[in-house]
Design a protein around this ligand. Structure first.
Ligand code: SAM
Length: 392
């Protein structure tokens, strides 16, 4: 906002450019970004006077070189036609990944609609500030123009980082102005930005604060070790959802409809805030707070405020316990003591707010299998039924 995004010219009618090819592996770039930095890094202190030339291109095109980065919309927009009623997401994507989606046999699928009126409201919260607008590669901060990578030797690491962020911000300004529908742009620029001092420009800051990892969308044949070849989705309503270490919803991205859906993990009383977890939940309260630090808040959920050595132990060990018991049950261990201990673990997970995690349905499955082996048929189907409610 500081830099006048809302005041500049309205979204252009035609696509603006095809972004340059990225040649350097993005893995190093992601590693660089994630290294802890001793100093604050204000945005925009080091700037190059160069500009990058971009060429126009066709939104429906899919025959790209493997490493070519394109800026487009999804669904592809024909500017002589009215916009799609579900809207168009701005999309920064490597060309072969664009082809992967547009060539999927199931694409395009209609965006699923809730059966009734929205069962949620977006409301301001007293201490957490005030929900796909854009889909971008996770390594966006370092991919704007690969020719800049040779500057590594000339500048200090922090200066180099600032230059890359500045280049990235130029690309993003073009995307926000040229590819977003006006109402999407307004919603996007109103999202929170907790990355004020890590060198990110205002738009990159919004992406980093509000992006959901898209499971199943990645460049190349498989996920790399750092997951740096994945994509993030910034959502109009979904990006308004706050964090809790006791989440009550989960989400899933549908590649054919190219949209995110949210699902309740338990019955949610009217008035309770929807939340999902921004961090890995199988760790101690201190480790969770450390992972949340880039979001600029300390979690005050009951599991953080009331954390004890026992709750930390439960969190760090429950997945392993479920796994180990699953193995021993599969190997033939079947006794009442194991059943009692698993039911107790279930109770503890609910109390700790971990019944929204992936481990919980796994636990229900193990209990159900164990009940089957113990001849407890009614319990077997009860736990199986409960487990199925947790599977998307
Ligand atoms: C993805 S946004 C969530 C929506 C945001 N609250 C808003 O008003 O648009 C992430 C930011 O929301 C705030 N936030 C999210 N969860 C929070 C929590 N549990 N406690 C305090 N602030 C939180 C932090 O400022 C964080 O950087």
């Amino acid at each position: 906002m500081k830099r006048g995004f809302l005041n500049s010219s309205k979204g252009k009618k035609k696509p603006l450019y095809e972004a340059p090819t990225s040649t350097e592996s993005s893995q190093q770039a992601i590693q660089d970004q994630e290294k802890p930095r001793p100093t604050k890094l204000p945005f925009g202190k080091v700037s190059l006077t160069t500009t990058t030339a971009y060429t126009k291109f066709d939104h429906t095109r899919v025959d790209y070189d493997s490493n070519q980065t394109v800026v487009t919309t999804i669904p592809p927009r024909d500017y002589d036609m009215p916009p799609d009623p579900d809207g168009h997401s701005a999309w920064i994507v490597r060309g072969t990944t664009k082809a992967k989606i547009l060539n999927r046999p199931g694409y395009p699928k209609a965006v699923p609609k809730p059966s009734g009126p929205p069962a949620y409201e977006v409301r301001a919260t007293p201490d957490m500030g005030m929900g796909a607008l854009l889909v971008a590669p996770r390594d966006i901060g370092m991919m704007a123009d690969s020719s800049k990578f040779k500057l590594r030797e000339k500048y200090s690491p922090d200066e180099f980082r600032q230059i890359m962020m500045m280049e990235c911000e130029k690309l993003l300004e073009n995307v926000v102005q040229g590819y977003m529908q006006p109402e999407h742009r307004e919603a996007f620029l109103a999202l929170a930005n907790s990355h004020q001092e890590d060198g990110s420009g205002p738009i990159l800051g919004i992406i980093r604060t509000n992006g959901y990892k898209i499971e199943g969308l990645f460049d190349g044949p498989k996920l790399n070790e750092w997951d740096s070849n994945t994509y993030s989705a910034i959502l109009k309503v979904g990006s308004r959802i706050n964090h809790s270490c006791r989440p009550n919803i989960t989400h899933q991205f549908d590649l054919d409809a190219f949209c995110m859906s949210f699902f309740a993990k338990r019955d949610i009383p009217s008035g309770e805030q929807l939340s999902y977890s921004y961090c890995y939940l199988g760790q101690s309260a201190a480790a969770r707070q450390a992972e949340l630090a880039p979001y600029g808040f300390s979690c005050t959920c009951p599991s953080c405020v009331n954390a004890t050595p026992e709750s930390d132990k439960l969190r760090t060990e429950y997945e392993q316990r479920i796994m180990a018991t699953a193995i021993s049950v599969a190997r033939g261990v079947a006794n009442k003591a194991t059943f009692v201990s698993l039911v107790d673990l279930k109770k503890q997970l609910i109390e700790e707010g971990l019944d929204g995690t992936e481990g919980y349905p796994r636990l229900l499955q193990v209990i159900s299998i164990l009940c089957g082996k113990l001849g407890m048929t009614a319990e077997e189907s009860k736990y199986l039924k409960e487990m199925k409610k947790h599977i998307l």
